[in-house]
Design a protein around this ligand. Sequence first.
Ligand SMILES: NC(=O)c1ccc[n+]([C@@H]2O[C@H](COP(=O)([O-])OP(=O)(O)OC[C@H]3O[C@@H](n4cnc5c(N)ncnc54)[C@H](O)[C@@H]3O)[C@@H](O)[C@H]2O)c1
Length: 317
Amino acid sequence: MRVALVGLGDIGLSAHLPALQRHPDINLVQLADPNPTRRTAVAELQIPLSAAVDPTTVDAVVLATPPWVTPGLTISYAQAGLFVLAEKPVATSIEAAGVYGRLNPDERGRVQVGLTYRHDPAIGQLASWIADGTLGETVLVRAHIYDEPFRPDDTEHTARITATLEHGPPVVHEGAHVFDWLTCLLNGQPTVEDAWAVHTRPGLPAPNLTGARLTYPGGHQALVEFGWFTGALPRCELTVLGDRGLAVLDGFTFDLTLTTAEGEKVVRFPGDRMTRCFDRQLDRFVALYNGTRAAEPSLDDGLAALHTAQLIAGKTT
Ligand SMILES: NC(=O)c1ccc[n+]([C@@H]2O[C@H](COP(=O)([O-])OP(=O)(O)OC[C@H]3O[C@@H](n4cnc5c(N)ncnc54)[C@H](O)[C@@H]3O)[C@@H](O)[C@H]2O)c1
């Protein structure tokens, strides 16, 4: 499969590029970014570079682009007949995502969304403990998602996160992942019961802390918190508590700790989380291209996560 990587920024270069180079069934034939500085930074790789991809020269594109750019690119490449792995969130709002309505079912079916961490075996393990009653009949999930510390001296990071906040609070950007995990874990879409948001200092383009209480089918509850851009960060983790046990998912490593009456056990999967998940994500993308599997996560999965995030953001204004 001939693939072009579009968007040579942080996640493009740190995770997608090495994963694409590692994958045995992928031939990385082009790198594209309209920003010449981004292209210069990878010139030594000797992979053809351009401002935009000529769709006649590739089978698929990986879009590591900002979410206010991704919808337009996804549509144009899918309509040109390509397979598209598009970064999350699929758009910055449900209104902005309305453009996906231009895709016909065949084009839509060729779009996989970069909800990368759904592919981690830790999510599958946690889902089994919930489904088989290891933790109890109904559970309380607490998702504490804190990332992107404020480091004023790091001007690139500060500019990137400020620009991202201009297009929505962390619940939109991080929520894409978390609401997708919760749907996998709790088997359905939530009702948003209540929500709150805080600006921790003046001048931020969006509230940088947001939280909400959600109910899921079967009586499961979730308390979610998203925070960016404070000078220090609380622990990033997801806990699942029921009558029979407690499971803790480390937000960065995805190591799992299960505590029940039988004691405590730690479950660790091989490799680091990022390598493991970006590799598995590409396995699915190759299977989509080969016609052996449907897109997972699909565009509808990405839209469902965005819908929940927007319901929460809407309740805080
Ligand atoms: N899946 C994950 O785990 C994960 C992790 C981090 C970020 N992300 C997502 O990846 C996306 C990119 O994030 P980032 O931190 O790398 O941002 P970034 O700003 O560092 O990089 C984005 C790149 O896209 C380029 N770009 C802008 N417009 C373009 C266009 N029209 N065509 C091609 N390239 C264009 C920019 O020049 C830049 O190089 C975001 O949506 C973010 O939410 C996903």
